[in-house]
Design a protein. Structure first.
Length: 419
C-alpha cells in the first residue's frame, strides 16, 4: 500500500503545479493552520458530514499537528451570482461568502504557517446545466474557473498567503448516481472541461508569481486510477454506494468501499487523498498517516481538539473582500486585476536583480571576447615574423582545433518535477 501511495501521490499533487515556484524550492516552514473553503466534500459539520469518518482535511490536520478552520458548506458553488436563475432562493454559502466570513473572524493567522485550500466545482457544473434547461446549447465553464482564480487571488492579496492548494473536480461519471444514466457522458465531459480550465489557470498563476506555492490536487486522476484497479488501493467495491448496499444489512468494512453514498466518498477514500498529499511532501517532509498517528477520530473528538474545526455559518457576502482588494490596489498605485496578470509583487524586485546579474555577465563576456581576439591578432603577428616555424605552429593549432571540433558536445542532464 505504501508503494502504491507513493506512486499515486505523484499524479495527485502536481507539485508546484507544473513548475515555476522558485525552481521548486519548497517551503520548509511547517503547516500550523489549515483553512478550508469548499462544498460537501470538505464539510466538517457546518451543515452535515457526508461520510462515515474523518474527512481529508481532518486527516491532514492530525498528521501536521495543525489547527483546522473549515468554512466549507454543503451545496456550495464558487459564487451564487453566477447562477441567478438557480440560486435566487438558495441560501447556501458560496466560496465568496466563506472567504468574507473568514475575513471577519480576524483570526490573525501567520500566512507563512497557514495553508489555504479550495475544493469546489461539482455544484457549479450541476447549476450550470440547470441554467441551460430547455436549451440545446451545453454550458461552458470559463466563468466558474475565472471565479476560482479570483478567489485564489483574493486569498493571496488580502491575507498575504502564498501557500494555497486547489482541488479539481472528481470524475462524475463514476459516481453511483450517474453510473446508469443516459446522460452520463455529459457529466464526464463537463468535469474534464472544467478541470482543463482550472489547470490552465493554476499554471498561469504560478508562472507569474514565483513566490506562490499553488498546488493543483488532481482528485480526478486519483479517483480514475482507483476505479480502474480498486484492489491496488485496498478497496473492495468501487461501483456501489455503501449506504445502498450494506447499511444495516451486512458487516462489510465501510472503508473498503470508495463511495459512501451516491455522490460522496467514504472515510477510506478521504484518507487516501490525505495520504497522497502527505507523501507528495509539498508542505513538509514526506509522510503518511499510519499506526503511529493513532486513531484520527479520537484525536478529533478530544476536548478542545485543534483538529476539530469550529462551526461556521457564513452569511451572504457584502463585497468587503472586493473593497479591500481595491484599497490594496490603490495604495500600491497598481490597477486591480481584471483579465491579465499585473501584480508581480516582489517578483519584480527578483527579476530586476536577475536582469542586473545577466547584464553584468553579458558585459563580462564581451570583454573576454575582445581580449581573446586581441590575443589572436598578436599571436598572428608573431607567427608572421617567425616564418616557417610560425606557420608550422599555426598548422598544429589548426589540426588541434579540427580534432576538438569533432569532439562530442557535452549535454547536461536535468530532471523536471511535476506535482
Amino acid at each position: 500500500m505504501q508503494s502504491c501511495l507513493s506512486l499515486i501521490s505523484l499524479s495527485l499533487v502536481l507539485i508546484a503545479s507544473l513548475l515555476p515556484r522558485s525552481v521548486l524550492a519548497l517551503d520548509s516552514t511547517p503547516v500550523k493552520n489549515l483553512v478550508v473553503f469548499g462544498d460537501s466534500y470538505s464539510d466538517a459539520g457546518n451543515f452535515h458530514r457526508w461520510t462515515n469518518g474523518p474527512i481529508w482535511s481532518e486527516d491532514l490536520a492530525v498528521a501536521w499537528n495543525a489547527s483546522l478552520y473549515s468554512f466549507a458548506h454543503t451545496g456550495s458553488a464558487c459564487d451564487n451570482a453566477l447562477f441567478p436563475n438557480v440560486s435566487m432562493e438558495m441560501t447556501t454559502p458560496s466560496i465568496r461568502d466563506q472567504i468574507e466570513h473568514f475575513y471577519h473572524q480576524d483570526l490573525q493567522l501567520d500566512p507563512t504557517e497557514t495553508l489555504f485550500a479550495i475544493w469546489v466545482g461539482v455544484n457549479d457544473i450541476q447549476q450550470s446545466y440547470q441554467q441551460k434547461l430547455g436549451s440545446t446549447t451545453p454550458p461552458t465553464f470559463e466563468n466558474v474557473s475565472q471565479c476560482i482564480t479570483e478567489q485564489i487571488r483574493s486569498i493571496r492579496k488580502v491575507f498575504g498567503a502564498n501557500r494555497i492548494m486547489v482541488f479539481n473536480v472528481p470524475p462524475m461519471q463514476h459516481m453511483p448516481f450517474f453510473i446508469d444514466r443516459e446522460d452520463k457522458p455529459q457529466w464526464e465531459t463537463a468535469a474534464e472541461q472544467l478541470n482543463r480550465l482550472i489547470q490552465n489557470d493554476v499554471v498561469n498563476l504560478n508562472k507569474h508569481h514565483h513566490a506562490l506555492e499553488l498546488d493543483l490536487i488532481d482528485i480526478h486522476s486519483l479517483l480514475t486510477d482507483v476505479m480502474a484497479d480498486p484492489s491496488m488501493f485496498n478497496f473492495v467495491n468501487a461501483l456501489d454506494a455503501y449506504l445502498d448496499v450494506c447499511h444495516g444489512t451486512c458487516n462489510d468494512n465501510v472503508d473498503t468501499y470508495v463511495w459512501w453514498d451516491r455522490t460522496h466518498i467514504t472515510g477510506g477514500m478521504h484518507r487516501l487523498i490525505a495520504n497522497s498529499i502527505l507523501l507528495a511532501g509539498s508542505y513538509g517532509k514526506s509522510m503518511s498517516l499510519d499506526a503511529s498517528v493513532g486513531d484520527v477520530t479520537a484525536w478529533i473528538n478530544a476536548p478542545d481538539s485543534p483538529y476539530r474545526s469550529p462551526k461556521y455559518t457564513p452569511p451572504p457576502h457584502t463585497g468587503v473582500i472586493e473593497r479591500v482588494m481595491q484599497q490594496i490596489a490603490a495604495e500600491s498605485q497598481a490597477p486591480i486585476y481584471v483579465q491579465q496578470e499585473d501584480d508581480f509583487d516582489t517578483d519584480l524586485f527578483v527579476n530586476h536583480r536577475l536582469l542586473t546579474v545577466a547584464s553584468l555577465l553579458l558585459l563580462l563576456g564581451i570583454i573576454v571576447i575582445v581580449w581573446i581576439r586581441q590575443q589572436r591578432k598578436r599571436r598572428g603577428s608573431n607567427s608572421h615574423q617567425l616564418g616557417i616555424l610560425g606557420s608550422f605552429a599555426t598548422t598544429q593549432e589548426q589540426q588541434h582545433r579540427r580534432f576538438r571540433s569533432f569532439s562530442p558536445p557535452f549535454h547536461s542532464s536535468g530532471t523536471s518535477t511535476n506535482k
